[in-house]
Design a protein around this ligand. Sequence first.
Ligand SMILES: Nc1ncnc2c1ncn2[C@@H]1O[C@H](COP(=O)(O)OP(=O)(O)O)[C@@H](O)[C@H]1O
Ligand SMILES: [Mg+2]
Length: 271
Amino acid sequence: MNAPIVSFNHVGKSFDVDGFELEAIREFNLDIAEGEFVAIVGSSGCGKSTLLRLLVGLDTQYRGHITVDGKAVTGIGGERGIVFQEHRLFPWLTVADNIGLGLVNEPLSAEQKHKRVDDFIDLVGLKDFTRAYPHQLSGGMAQRVAIARGLVASPRILLLDEPFGALDALTRQQMQDELLAIRSRAKITTILVTHDVEEAIFLADRVVVMEPRPGRIKQVVDIALPHPRQRSSFDFHQLREELLHELTADGHYQPPVQVQVRDLPLSFIAC
Ligand SMILES: Nc1ncnc2c1ncn2[C@@H]1O[C@H](COP(=O)(O)OP(=O)(O)O)[C@@H](O)[C@H]1O
Ligand SMILES: [Mg+2]
């Protein structure tokens, strides 16, 4: 493999919970190549979101090393975009202004920002909704806005934390197709956290299976199926069975907890 774009080296993370140390991640080692699509699956609480927060630079207290292009991650940066499960759009801002938040830290003129936002509204197919407010959008549309916001600063790495988890099955499949289409245009390195094994196999080059307490890698599975992938194919089924077995074999599998939408500070969203 060429020099990895993302490297986790002996990464560990603990939280202080009521005076006790909770070890959330232990000895996480993973190199990700430029352009690669890695999915992370695992029980609720096994540290998936924490890993993304560390990589995006929202939390800089951890053991070991996380590097992007060989440089240590010390905070948020425009080359890393993130999309959360709940879209986290600001209800009082239009679609265009919500997407524009992804550019707050970019050294662009107002005109350049405007043009960039328009391009990304086009990319996610929301041209007719530029001036709409979040409450006027369906769940899938709102999530597309969140994806556009994650992409608008042209990050080289896109982090997705259960981005389609709250959508119905059909919309989820459409969003998966769109994500692949966006990726085929811009060879963006992608890390997707999902509890949906099928989604992981449909999208990823590699699937990292985590195990909980403390969160660590159980197995990394290569998905060598050519695109477009057929969910009904034999090979797809085999992989699905294999991964489901890995996830549930120890009997400790916990399904994801549905998260509540809540308001967060701007710095948390515009990264
Ligand atoms: N800010 C925090 N303070 C204390 N404990 C936390 C915090 N964030 C996460 N945790 C704990 O760390 C573990 C991993 O959490 P998380 O990364 O959210 O898991 P996942 O995304 O895989 O469900 C869980 O036990 C969770 O309760
Ligand atoms: Mg999570």
